[in-house]
Design a protein around this ligand. Structure first.
Ligand SMILES: Nc1ncnc2c1ncn2[C@@H]1O[C@@H]2COP(=O)(O)O[C@H]2[C@H]1O
Ligand SMILES: [Fe+2]
Length: 274
């Protein structure tokens, strides 16, 4: 298992910035349902700068690229290079792992499965991608890795990251693309009371729910948003967003979603999908 140690800061907590579902293209004008994803990504980066909230690391929870190109991943790296903090990323259903790996080694992207975050937390990154399909699954290897990481550090609070939502979020069209083998995932999680939260991307909307006694969080995309509780594919008017997570020494987790104010990233609401 590849791991990385994030030193304890002088603050009491470790703060993560989550950026998800950037859907970047090599082409400058590449767009998803009418939203130029490079521009919405950069508007989010600018807004993070304007918010001026200190953070210790960046987590990117998949669907970084929409076109599979190495250059789209370079665009992500170039965007976050305005900051010096390390970034941990994991693949989503749209990612192409050979291109993701082709941009490594990178001064900022730390390829790892486990981050020892300060003295009190660990962050575990899982790969739930099934090549070529939108739904997710965790292989036996990924489940074993989760189990091992949790059993190795019983005294650290844990945050588990994966792209796919491991529970129905409430939209039938999207829930068919959730983590399919969620039962064995929840069985592993259920054995470790130190797991404080699960953090995902994929559903392009904010979610904050308790499931089987564990907090499950999902976060707006930096481009298009999906309407919550919709039977069929539907876009939301809400703006692109991001999330902060403060991991406190006592196991408390404080988190906030932010969205762009007054933005120009209105998608094509007539779209029936992509
Ligand atoms: N109309 C649709 N019905 C079902 N799935 C869709 C539709 N449109 C897009 N999708 C898939 O659902 C996925 C949900 O978010 P993604 O960004 O992973 O990418 C999306 C597509 O792969
Ligand atoms: Fe996505």
């Amino acid at each position: 298992m590849q791991n990385f140690t994030l030193p304890q800061t002088n603050r009491d907590s470790v703060v993560l910035l989550q950026i998800t579902d950037t859907h970047l293209f090599a082409d400058d004008g590449g767009s998803l349902l009418g939203v130029t994803t490079k521009d919405s990504f950069h508007a989010v980066l600018d807004a993070v700068d304007a918010a001026a909230r200190p953070f210790d690391a960046i987590v990117a929870t998949g669907d970084i690229s929409q076109d599979h190109t190495e250059y789209s991943y370079q665009r992500f790296c170039e965007g976050i290079a305005r900051w010096s903090q390390p970034c941990f990323w994991l693949p989503g259903n749209h990612d192409y792992q050979p291109s993701m790996q082709a941009v490594l080694p990178s001064p900022q992207i730390k390829p790892c499965h486990q981050v020892l975050a300060g003295e009190h937390w660990q962050v575990i990154l899982l790969d739930s991608q099934v090549k070529g399909v939108p739904h997710g699954e965790l292989s036996g290897e990924q489940l074993d890795m989760l189990d091992q990481a949790l059993s190795a550090h019983p005294n650290r609070h844990a945050l588990v990251l994966l792209h796919h939502h491991p529970l129905p979020a409430g939209s039938a069209w999207l829930d068919q693309h959730q983590l399919h083998n969620s039962e064995p995932f929840w069985q592993v999680v259920g054995r470790y009371p130190q797991v404080k939260a699960i953090l995902c991307g994929h559903i392009h909307q904010e979610l904050d729910r308790i499931h089987r006694g564990v907090r499950v969080l999902a976060t707006p995309s930096t481009c298009i948003q999906f309407q919550p509780d919709s039977q069929d594919f539907a876009l939301d008017q809400k703006s692109p967003g991001w999330r902060y997570l403060a991991l406190h020494r006592d196991g408390q987790l404080d988190t906030q979603v932010h969205r762009l104010d007054g933005h120009d990233f209105t998608p094509n609401f007539d779209s029936a999908g992509y």
